[in-house]
Design a protein around this ligand. Structure first.
Ligand SMILES: *Cc1c(COP(=O)(O)O)cnc(C)c1O
Length: 372
């Protein structure tokens, strides 16, 4: 059996008439930049995540970096995030001119460990970026209680967490700004690059909007220098069509995760990623942890069985060549480094059938039975 990691073609076929109509509507009205399709999507997405404002952007990386700039982050400031995220999170910190500070993650969720955050905070700390990795939600309530009295901003990296909830609430309830990516493989994916910020603060929303559109207030009046980072009308129309399905897709992902969890319950070698009781996750990825000595062999075994897997992420950021010059004490992140050698992301997409899920579970178990 061949099981892809995600199946975007299959998803397209399931909503083909809606998508094709959306694309042709944009072309026949020439609303390529700004315009009604963007405005409509921004309104719909804001409502989907219970936010007052949404600004569509060219990608999730810009959502993070413009978000930080809108919060006033500048050279000399420090911004705390986690070592086990995609490099876009830390690129955003550098592009704002600030210094990257890494904080430890929890042993079972791999999310920012709020119980140790104080160790990493200095008088220069101006923002914290919790990353809601794999569609699981970091403990934002505790983080907000810590940050608010200290005047530290929270910018949530929600690139993997469209629709995830914590303590019954959306991420924006506990964040100054939430950054989203609509990269094609994300839970809500465009047919190309896309991103957005959402916020309940009109000032932050307006600043991001201007930064993303050359600092404009009027066509040729620029209040400051910005960049060009707009969400295309075409992508916005596609995203509007897909947004209608997102609740259902996220529910499917949770059901798939449940079948995986139950399947692995009697397999000692496999530890699924922990999800706290107060979280409604959206399983952008389904990640298991296995003994380090088994990881690469298991991966090869799954490949031979036609199962496509991933590793998110194989090299933690403190160990990346790009950050050699920062003088980071990598010995402080040995635990994260260990996790990175033990994780495997299994196929996860809403259209997965029970037969496919069981085939993956059986193939994983088969490897450990053979190894015993
Ligand atoms: C995908 C992703 C980003 C970046 O989004 P792009 O749209 O690819 O720029 C940032 N952070 C995390 C955690 C991501 O998964």
């Amino acid at each position: 059996m061949n099981i892809p990691f995600v199946d975007l073609k299959l998803q397209y076929l399931s909503i083909k008439p809606e998508i094709d109509e959306a694309i042709s509507d944009v072309i026949s009205s020439s609303s390529f930049i700004k315009g009604p399709f963007l405005a409509k999507f921004e309104e719909e997405f804001a409502s989907f995540v219970s936010a007052k404002f949404c600004v569509g952007l060219a990608n999730g990386t810009d959502a993070l970096s413009l978000g930080l700039k809108a919060l006033g982050i500048k050279a000399g400031d420090e911004v705390i995030t986690v070592p086990n995220t995609f490099i876009a999170t830390t690129e955003a910190i550098s592009s704002a001119g600030a210094r990257i500070v890494f904080c430890d993650v929890e042993e079972d969720t791999y999310l920012m460990d709020m119980s140790v955050i104080d160790r990493f905070v200095t008088e220069r700390t101006k923002a914290i970026i919790p990353v809601h990795l794999y569609g699981n939600t970091a403990n934002l309530k505790t983080l907000k209680e810590y940050c608010e009295p200290r005047g530290i901003h929270i910018l949530s990296d929600g690139a993997q967490a469209h629709g995830a909830k914590v303590d019954g609430k959306d991420l924006v309830e506990f964040s100054d700004i939430v950054a989203y990516s609509f990269y094609p493989g994300k839970n809500l994916g465009a047919y190309g690059d896309g991103g957005a910020i959402v916020t309940n603060d009109e000032t932050f929303a307006n600043r991001v909007k201007m930064l993303a559109n050359h600092g404009r207030t009027e066509k040729y009046i620029h209040q400051f220098e910005g960049i060009n980072s707009r969400l295309d009308g075409m992508q916005a129309a596609i995203l509007s069509a897909k947004l209608k399905c997102l609740d259902g897709w996220n529910e499917s992902r949770r059901n798939i995760a449940k079948i995986y969890d139950e399947g692995f319950a009697d397999c000692d070698e496999v530890t699924p990623t922990a999800v706290r009781d107060n979280v409604i996750p959206v399983y952008h990825l389904y990640v298991i942890r296995v003994p380090q000595k088994d990881r690469d062999n298991l991966n090869n075994h799954l490949k031979q069985k036609g199962i496509h897997t991933g590793i998110h992420y194989p090299v933690p950021l403190p160990f990346q060549p790009a950050y050699k010059g920062l003088g980071i004490d990598t010995s402080a992140f040995e635990y994260t480094n260990t996790i990175s050698k033990e994780i495997i992301s299994l196929p996860m997409f809403p259209e997965m059938t029970e037969e496919q899920i069981c085939y993956v579970v059986d193939s994983v178990k088969e490897h450990f039975q053979e190894a015993r």
